[in-house]
Design a protein around this ligand. Sequence first.
Ligand code: 9D3
Length: 251
Amino acid sequence: MLQFDVVTIFPAMFDAVAEAGVIGRARDKGIYQLIAWNPRDFAQNAYRTVDDRPYGGGPGMVMMAEPLSRAVVAAKQRQQSAGVRKSRVIHLTPQGRLLNHQVVMELAVQQGLVLVAGRYEGVDERVTREIDDEISIGDYVLSGGELAAMVLIDCIVRQLPGVLGDADSAVQDSFVNGLLDCPHYTRPETYDGQKVPQVLLSGNHADIGRWRLKQALGRTWQRRPDLLEKRVLSADERKLLEEFKQELSGV
Ligand code: 9D3
């Protein structure tokens, strides 16, 4: 069982991820455990203060080192008691390395992850001693690390054995084969004057497979050319992509 411990001043936010859909079911099945730790419970004064003004001046507040560090230590200790040999402590921060599928797979093989979600302008730099890794989920500004931690939990848990059925197996996911997904259709055959592509009604699974691959290649070429540059195309795939471009130009 993968152990997640999250350090956050908003523990209730994590009820959302642990209750909904496949990720909620995985927790019921005992595939992972998620515990939240509130730095306020480790604060030293009666006001349970966890933030203070920045040395050097400037706007905003900084998360204090002591309550945060003590919460991380408590989380690590709990993981050891649960049988985790080596916890990995990850700070979600805009300064971290960018999350991608490869990073997710690297984290999905760990026994225990302690996720540190910050608020305010940032975390006192001296908490670094407790941190193994820093991760950002993209170049846009969130109000805190909690949503980033939930993104991380979601994409790690769906990689764990027994979470997804064969049907939507993680092996079939986009980004695993380096392409965007093909378009999908369900009933009715005509919706608002728009027809389902004929090939999908043909029952010819070889043709359907080729059509889907062609669409996946074409959409990746149109929307995410950076993904195509990173991926070697087979002769067959190059031919399908050329066909896609031909069809687009109205031949
Ligand atoms: C003024 C400088 N800002 C840094 C870009 C301050 C700041 C903004 C937002 C500091 C922290 C935050 C809160 N964001 C996160 O904690 C965070 C985050 C994000 O904002 N974007 C992408 N990934 C992440 S992971 C954690």
